[in-house]
Design a protein around this ligand. Structure first.
Ligand SMILES: [Mg+2]
Length: 210
């Protein structure tokens, strides 16, 4: 099977752009914009570009500190390992950034099969204020479908786990849609809700995935 996780708010209990915002002194503004996007009040693309702009000029060492603080929530690595051991393809589809995801996985001593993420470009040692990547204008349903097709896995054999409005498209097309403490706009679209990695594991066992 193909198991697709969102990252911020799902595998991690932090929000990467907020951690970077703390380094730039704009965490509150970024948090507010993120909340509005996750509740589907503004588009994800609009929110990400606005957040990237607030981070304009942040110097590389501070960017590094922000990404170093990204971590998995307790139990995430165990669930990833159990899914991999069961022979499933584990993917992370995130509007967050590849560097933060990779650092968090490394720190937890785990890895996944596929990461689809965005990037914050750096020029002359500073963030440019822009963002780029496949999941800004692109949506997670297309990313999930493309990956499933590559792997020759039917959509019925996919599981999506997410919490925010940008997860809605993939939750709607996945065989099983799991909401991890989902936002109110997302909850009605989930087949099952969980609020911890232990609960997620139980759901995956009940559904015969683990
Ligand atoms: Mg999320």
């Amino acid at each position: 099977m193909l198991i697709a996780f969102d990252f911020d708010g799902t595998l991690s209990d932090s929000e990467m752009t907020v951690l970077l915002g703390e380094e730039a002194g704009v965490a509150d503004e970024i948090d507010e914009i993120t909340e509005r996007a996750m509740n589907d009040e503004i588009s994800y693309a609009e929110s990400l570009y606005a957040r990237a702009e607030l981070l304009d000029g942040l110097e590389e060492p501070h960017v590094e500190v922000g990404f170093d603080r990204v971590s998995l929530r307790p139990g995430s690595a165990d669930v990833i390992e159990a899914l991999s051991a069961a022979g499933h393809h584990v993917a992370i589809l995130t509007g967050g950034f590849d560097r933060g995801v990779e650092k968090a996985l490394d720190a937890a001593g785990t890895s996944v099969d596929t990461i689809v993420a965005n990037r914050l470009p750096i020029r002359n040692g500073k963030l440019t204020g822009n963002a780029e990547g496949p999941l800004i204008e692109g949506t997670k349903d297309d990313a999930l479908a493309a990956l499933a097709e590559d792997l020759d896995i039917p959509m019925a054999d996919t599981v999506a786990i997410g919490d925010g409005a940008n997860d809605l498209p993939m939750l709607e097309v996945a065989g099983l849609a799991v909401g991890y403490e989902p936002k109110p706009a997302v909850e009605p679209h989930c087949d099952v809700l969980v609020s911890s990695m232990a609960e997620l594991r139980e759901v995956l066992e009940t559904e015969g995935v683990l």
